[in-house]
Each structure stands twice: as C-alpha cells, then as structure tokens.
Design a protein around this ligand. Structure first.
Ligand code: S3P
Length: 424
C-alpha cells in the first residue's frame, strides 16, 4: 500500500466491532445452551479463526452480514475436532480457547501462524496445569502448537505476574468447569470484557479489587449481544484527526470501557481536542468521539494505565512523534511479545521516517516534532503496525510504502476504505 501526505481529514465514520468482545461472544455462545445472536461482529481474520475452531468442535455457527447466530449446546456440548485447531494470528483465540479445551473429555492440538508459534504460552500452561490440565507444547518451547488433553479441573487462586486479559480469561473459562471457586489476581487490572459478558450469559463471576472470582458449573444461556465499535480501531482515526491539520472526525459508537480507554486519557493529556457525545453506560460503555486537529505535547505514560492502552501504543508512538517535546513510555515490556516485537519494530520504522526514537527495556523515548519523511515500512505482518504507519504517512513529506498492509484484515478489513472517505 502506498500512502501520501494529507491536507485534512473530515467526516463521520463508524469503526468495526470490538475484536475482544467479538471473540468472547462466539466462545461463550458456543458453550452456552441455546442460540446467541451477535450484531456488529468483527468480520476480521482473528475472529473468523475463533468461529472456525468452534465449528470444528461441532457448533453450528451461521455467519451473515447482519448477524452471527451461534447454536450452543451447553458447557458439555463440544465434540472432539477431527483435525488440528488453527487460531491463525490470534493470541486471544489461542489462549482463551485453551481454558475451555483443558476441561473437555477429548484431546486437541491447537496451532496458529508463524507469529503465534513464537508467542509465549507458558503464561497459560502454568495456571491451567495447576488446575489439573494436561497441556504441553509440542515442540517443547512453551509456544504453540499446544497439545491439550482434557481433564477434571479444580479451582485455584492464581497470582498472575502479567496484567493480561488473555491469561485471566483462560483461567476463568477453565474455572467454569472446575470443582470449586477459581480466583485470578493481577498486578494491574486488565480488560474486563470476559467478566462482563460471562455474567450476562449467567455465570457467577465478580471482582474484588484486582481479583476476578468465578464459581463453577453455572447454567449458561444464549444471549443477544451487540458489539460496540473497537476503540483500538478508532485509535488510528483519533490520532489522525488530532495530528493532521485541518481535520474534524466524528467516530460513532465506540466502546469506552474504562479498562480500555487509556488512549483517550493520553490524547487529552497530550492536549488533544476530543469531545465525548451520546455517552451510554449500560453494559459495555459507548460514546461518539468528536476529534479535531490539535497541537500535541509529549507526556510520560507508565504504570496502571499501560494495560488500558497496550494495543494502542504503536499509534501513540506516532502521536508522540508529531507532538512537541519528549514522550516517555515505561512498564510496557509486553510490547515485545505481541504480534511482532513492537518495541523493535516501532524503533526501526519510525527512525526510517526521520523521527527520533530510542527503544528501552520496557518501552521507548520519543523526541517529538522532527519532520517526518516518506519511507518503505515493513509492517512485519503486524496489523497495528501497518495501520499506525498508514497514519504516519499522512504527516510525512513524500510517499510511504507499507509492506504487508494486507495484515489490516486481522482486525480492520475496511481500514483503507474508511480512510479514503475522510480525505479532503
Ligand atoms: C486481548 C488482550 C490483550 C490485547 C489483545 C486482546 C483480549 O492481550 O493485547 O489484543 O482480547 O483479551 P493480553 O491480555 O495478552 O495483554
């Protein structure tokens, strides 16, 4: 994909359904009894991988442009797949589904693409093994492919070293099948979509501070779920609206769950002009976001806010490069184990465009305000890197080529069409 400098972005857009919530709707619908209807489902490759895995385990899932219908047969209604389960590029599929597979009366092998086969799985293998699961890494490197033999599970209280919703959710899902209460304590609270949606399906789950607690053997019943727009996808247009001069973008129906809204807090702290309209605080919170061109300044981003914006750090780097002054990002070592090593890749790509950025052990330091120029950017097939640099290109003199831009299909297949509608 070739991208050029923009004269301004103006208009009203919607962003696709939230990726985390879409995955969970399919998973929970598949182990609930009855039909679950999902609207505004994200038709991205990651969520389609989740559908594929549950279809392979005998769940009928109808996928139409208007809605998804999942015909769940209850917690014990999955059947042994006749082939390997393939999670594609999706860490959420791999880790969450492992929690369910750990308790099934059959064996599975779960794999994914080259990126998934490098991502750490010890973080779920350890707690699931403590619950009694038989889960091993086929190549002995603590990565996928994973071989999982379902076993009777028992409840545990797990103290996680990382703030990870994928780890927390895998344990909570296994906890549904355990013989007693399961608790997960995190160092900092991570996104809580599983807790919210499991409760909607009838699970007995609650939180006490940083601890999520689930009681086993609930009756899960099919639900009607409307997925809000993904704030992680909106983030690219928030950044574009703030940084490209002469811009005003209205982004409708965006999820603003407080465990996900760090991008808004950071944008405001950097001096961004963002107004929240039509706020709705039922279930998953939503709002329309009105974003206008702003003069941004650098800030320090660290501590408890990091899990609430972990996926937005690549695009926050672009905002920091456009801002005046220094932005320091700390406590974000998790960036190294995402779809790519996002510290190394951001340093490589932003430097190629003329920005001043230094990678650190747990983040980066960006001296903003240096003029950006076009470059050839390797996205390393990481969807969020491809989209971040498509936005950076709007600020740069000359032409930018994004290699591997097809990776946007993972979370935002219509990204380039939407960007085009805003161009002046
Ligand atoms: C996700 C949790 C986050 C996030 C990922 C989606 C989820 O990962 O980066 O894109 O849906 O639970 P971690 O929980 O591993 O931090």
């Amino acid at each position: 994909m070739i991208c050029n400098k923009s004269k301004g972005l103006r208009g009203e857009i919607t962003v696709p359904g939230d990726k985390s919530i879409s995955h969970r709707a399919v998973m929970f619908g598949s182990i609930a009894k009855g039909t679950t209807e999902v609207t505004n489902f994200l038709q991205g490759a990651d969520c389609l991988s989740t559908i594929d895995c549950f279809r392979k385990m005998g769940i009928e899932i109808e996928n139409t442009p208007e809605k998804i219908l999942i015909h769940g047969k209850g917690p014990d209604g999955l059947s042994a797949p006749s082939s390997v389960l393939d999670a594609g590029n999706s860490g959420t599929t791999t880790r969450l589904i492992s929690g369910i597979l750990a308790a099934q009366p059959f064996e599975t092998t779960l794999t994914g693409d080259a990126s998934i086969q490098k991502r750490p799985m010890r973080r779920i293998m350890e707690p699931l093994s403590m619950m009694g699961a038989d889960i091993s890494s086929v190549n002995g490197n603590d990565c996928a492919p994973l071989h999982i033999k379902g076993r009777p599970l028992h409840g545990i209280h797990y103290h996680s070293k990382v703030a990870s919703a994928q780890v927390k959710s895998a344990i909570l899902l296994a906890g549904l099948y355990a013989d007693g209460e399961t608790k997960v304590t995190e160092p900092v609270i991570s996104r809580n979509h599983s807790e919210i949606m499991l409760r909607t399906f009838g699970a007995d789950v609650h939180t006490e501070g940083n601890t999520a607690i689930i009681k086993p053997q609930p009756k899960l019943t099919g639900q009607v779920i409307h997925v809000p727009g993904d704030i992680s996808s909106a983030a690219f247009f928030i950044a574009a609206g703030l940084c490209v001069p002469n811009s005003e973008i209205l982004i409708k129906n965006v999820g603003i769950n407080p465990t996900r809204d760090g991008i808004l807090k950071v944008a405001l702290a950097m001096g961004g002009d963002i107004t929240l309209l039509n706020e709705n605080h039922d279930g998953e919170w939503t709002a329309d976001l009105l974003v206008r061109s702003s003069s941004l300044h650098g800030i320090t981003i660290e501590g408890d806010i990091i899990p609430t914006l972990i996926d937005e750090l690549p695009i926050i780097n672009i905002m920091a490069a456009a801002a005046e002054g220094t932005t320091i990002i700390r406590d974000a070592a998790e960036l190294k184990v995402k779809e790519s090593n996002r510290i190394d890749v951001m340093v490589e790509a932003l430097s190629a465009m003329g920005a001043q950025i230094t990678g650190t052990e747990d983040g980066m330091i960006i001296e903003g305000g240096k003029p950006l120029h076009g470059a050839v950017i390797d996205s390393h097939l990481d969807h969020r890197i491809a989209m971040s640099f498509s936005i950076a290109a709007l600020l740069a003199e000359g032409e930018t080529t994004i290699k591997g831009s097809e990776s946007v299909n993972i979370s935002y297949p219509s990204f380039y069409e939407t960007l085009k509608t805003l161009q002046q």
